[in-house]
Design a protein around this ligand. Structure first.
Ligand SMILES: [Fe+2]
Length: 197
């Protein structure tokens, strides 16, 4: 079996480092790339395409941000990021992340940091839902597509820790859906409905 020195994992190799989490600002220091997803980035994901189009061509609000540490998304590294989803609905459907499948089937964990949300998972047949709030660790097994949804009235934030080589396949969700959708029901309660219902 070939041997590999630890330093061959990343280019340039990372030294061990401390990453500071600011629970008020929801930031990581030192920081890596930050991704901003506006409504216009979420084409084909909300059930009501007309409502999505109106929102994306109008105010086009920021739906969520993903701020990362400098740990790179490459094989054997273990990157982490904080996702913050704004509160809101589009035609009653709670705001959410695009959702993705890992092309290289590997697990992931989410830790709730602020607000309330849902971790929706779909393996192509079965749907699972975990209620997320600060302190809850949601475990995503290999092979389950995952999407996060803000089900509350304040920003919902969580920490993700994931294998750097797992990758992100967003097209899988466009093709297969996520099994369920999450709507704001009467009085603000959560209503889950079949994806195409
Ligand atoms: Fe993931």
């Amino acid at each position: 079996m070939p041997t590999q020195t630890p330093r061959s994992y990343s280019v340039p190799p990372l030294r061990p480092l401390a990453i500071t989490f600011d629970p008020d600002a929801l930031t990581l220091t030192p920081e890596g790339p930050t991704l901003t997803r506006r409504m216009s980035d979420l084409e084909g994901l909300f059930a009501d395409g007309d409502a999505w189009h109106e929102a994306s061509t109008g105010e086009n609000p920021v739906v969520y941000t993903v701020t990362s540490s400098p740990v790179p998304e490459i094989n054997r590294e273990l990157p982490q990021s904080i996702t913050t989803i704004m509160p809101g609905t589009t035609a009653g459907e709670f705001w959410m992340t695009k959702g993705h499948q890992h092309p290289d089937a590997q697990g992931e964990i989410y830790l709730g940091l602020r607000g309330t949300g849902g971790l929706l998972m779909f393996d192509g047949t079965d749907t699972e839902w975990i209620d997320m709030k600060p302190g809850v660790i949601g475990y995503i097994p290999p092979g389950w597509a995952h999407r996060s949804i803000n089900t509350g009235d304040e920003p919902y934030a969580f920490l993700a820790v994931y294998p750097g080589g797992a990758g992100h396949d967003y097209g899988w969700v466009l093709e297969h859906g996520m099994g369920n959708r999450a709507y704001r029901g009467p009085g603000g309660t959560l209503e889950r409905r079949p994806y195409n219902g």
